[in-house]
Design a protein around this ligand. Structure first.
Ligand code: 0X9
Ligand code: ZN
Ligand code: ZN
Length: 305
């Protein structure tokens, strides 16, 4: 059964997507943006009060990397909190009145399913190509942003394989198409990973500073302070290349270069004690503190529309 404080399998997340959207038709709608390599439907949830005019929006994805289980747990938590606090929390109410939040609960569904059934430490997609017996590409090295120029591998057997071309992975293509289609309304792109407790922004494909570097840093520092206020969890903010490592072909750099200014990668708990194997007892505190950071960014974006 589905639980917000357990790591749910894909099948459970999929039935949760169906039931949560049918029980809250006034605040959620869903749209299938395509299928994964293995044929599973990729469903984006749109959270927001219905409006006759088009609203500005935020896009958030979870589960780009299969083994980072806290990430899909956060997207599910976010959806629950949005629905349960709309109408009582003034910030959430105002956010969903003025904006839409698009949530992709699991990006790399095939990989996520594989981590539950076969290999807990799998990272990549599950695509195959004749000529190599190795499976999958890194869906955070496959975007057309300095593609495969740094911190990525052209070896299909590597965990950071950039793929055979930008957007060769159908999951990346589906999300990139969705973002391109909605480009005019999208004000922020948030992508949730683990672990290391970092709040990263462009660039990762180069050490050059983004045109909006100071503002992106200021917002990241505010969001990290909000997160820390709950349980004292400490985050480091900065551009990806200098803060974690140079790595090209990531979704954050791609969204930013497309024109989505507030583009952030979260690396959630912890700093390595458990790493990807974060105990379920930490799902609730991690999600509660991360909500504060995401709401901080959303409030800033909303105020600066
Ligand atoms: O390497 C990554 O893709 C991310 N770290 S993880 O441990 N979750 O794999 C960091 C992504 C930072 N952004 C870019 N490299 N564009
Ligand atoms: Zn990751
Ligand atoms: Zn709560």
């Amino acid at each position: 059964a589905h639980s917000y404080t357990n790591y749910n399998t894909w099948d459970t997340v999929q039935s949760w997507i169906t039931s949560i959207s049918s029980s809250n038709p006034n605040l959620i709608s869903k749209q299938v943006i395509g299928s994964t390599y293995e044929g599973r439907p990729m469903t984006v949830l749109k959270l927001g009060k219905k409006s006759s005019s088009t609203k500005p929006a935020i896009f958030m994805d979870c589960g780009i990397h299969a083994r980072e289980w806290i990430s899909p747990a956060f997207c599910q938590w976010f959806v629950k909190e949005a629905l349960s606090t709309y109408g009582s929390d003034s910030q959430m109410t105002s956010l969903l009145d003025q904006m839409d939040v698009f949530v992709l609960p699991v990006f790399n569904i095939d990989g996520y399913d594989f981590t539950h059934k076969s290999n807990r430490m799998w990272r990549k997609t599950r695509s195959r190509k004749s000529g190599s017996s190795c499976i999958g590409a890194d869906p955070n090295r496959n975007w057309n942003a300095g593609w495969c120029t740094a911190g990525a591998s052209s070896n299909p057997c590597s965990d950071t394989f950039c793929g055979y071309s930008p957007e060769s992975e159908i999951e990346v293509k589906n999300v990139a198409d969705f973002i391109r289609r909605n480009k005019s309304v999208l004000k922020a792109y948030l992508t949730i990973h683990s672990y290391s407790q970092l709040l990263l922004f462009p660039y990762s494909y180069t050490f050059e500073l983004a045109a909006h570097h100071s503002e992106l840093l200021k917002v990241a520092e505010g969001a990290s302070a909000a997160l820390r206020s709950l349980y004292g969890t400490s985050y480091t903010s900065g551009p990806g290349a200098a803060t974690i490592y140079p790595a090209a072909g990531g979704s954050d750099d791609w969204a930013y270069d497309l024109g989505v200014k507030y583009s952030y990668t979260f690396e959630l708990r912890d700093t390595g004690r458990y790493g990807f194997l974060l105990p379920e007892s930490q799902i609730k505190p991690t999600c509660e503190e991360t909500m504060l950071a995401v709401k901080y960014i959303a409030a800033y974006v909303q105020k600066n529309l």
